[in-house]
Design a protein. Structure first.
Length: 290
């Protein structure tokens, strides 16, 4: 399961690029200037990595707000004649190269990653995974072993576990002592060992941990559900995107004549190469566009 968690985290680092609209509809106007669906699509290429934690239904709203603010500042810039500044043409030239780079990335890297490849990886991984068992348990936490023994005696005498936990347990975060479902590795080892050794409906002897003394009752056992392809499709495709970028960019570097003229930067790059540090890919470090 840790593999899938890591891949889910990876998804947030890859650009979100919404599908192109059937027609380039106007979605808003700012001071008479149209903001179209295509503007949102291009904005997604720029700020997509920052939208990884948002719900899909919120992304379009956030993209539009980004474009509105962009248009407001662009309009204000024109009123201040900033487009006539000496450095403006250099700025335009830089962003033209960036746009060309983005077009290449979308065509040769993003467009080259297929869902069928992701499905193949999923099928291979899922075939090797065994469902992990999880249990649902309650506990009562007290300060001494004597108190724990008294708690167990009351439970064996028929006192309701949840009621006694509410009255006696030091763990006020677990309502009625309820810990929900958990797997191995989520609890302190003495607690975990005792809990997983219990049959459903049985009550443990006092268990000592750094928190105090516990009485545990296991309510249910089950196999944890494995993720479906839809659960992990995007993270897998994101991983494939990184791999494809490595291949494509490495190929371009091998064919190119690259001369580092600045001696200080060249020395730094040579030192990095000696340390085995690879140059950044299009989706790494300061580059957030993909």
């Amino acid at each position: 399961m840790k593999l899938w968690s890591a891949m889910l985290l990876l998804a947030a680092s890859i650009a979100f690029v919404p599908p192109a609209a059937a027609e380039d509809a106007v979605v808003a106007r700012v001071n008479g200037v149209d903001i179209k669906q295509s503007d949102l699509d291009f904005a997604a290429s720029e700020v997509g990595p920052r939208l990884g934690t948002y719900r899909p239904e919120d992304r379009k709203r956030i993209l539009l707000q980004f474009m509105i603010e962009n248009e407001l500042m662009a309009g204000a810039s024109e009123k201040e004649d900033l487009d006539k500044a000496d450095t403006f043409e250099k700025r335009v030239a830089y962003h033209k190269r960036r746009a060309l780079r983005d077009a290449f990335f979308d065509m040769n890297i993003t467009g080259a990653v297929k869902e069928s490849e992701a499905k193949k990886i999923y099928d291979e991984k899922i075939a090797k995974m065994k469902p992990e068992q999880e249990i649902k348990a309650r506990h009562i936490l007290v300060g001494t072993e004597e108190e724990a023994k008294e708690i167990k005696a009351q439970l064996e005498g028929g006192t309701d576990f949840a009621k006694l936990a509410t009255e006696k347990s030091k763990d006020k975060n677990a309502e009625g002592g309820d810990l929900g479902f958990f797997t191995r590795g989520q609890m302190l080892k003495p607690f975990e060992d005792a809990a997983f050794a219990l049959d459903v409906g049985k009550i443990s002897d006092p268990v000592n941990t750094s928190f105090g003394w516990h009485i545990i009752e296991v309510e249910e056992r089950r196999d944890q559900k494995l993720p479906s392809f839809d659960d992990v499709k995007e993270p897998i495709m994101s991983q494939l995107l990184v791999q494809k970028a490595q291949v494509v960019v490495s190929g371009l570097r091998e064919k190119a004549e690259i001369e580092i003229v600045d001696p200080e930067i060249k020395r730094s790059m040579d030192d990095a190469a000696l340390r085995g540090e690879a140059p950044p890919l299009p989706d790494e470090e300061f580059d957030e566009d993909h």
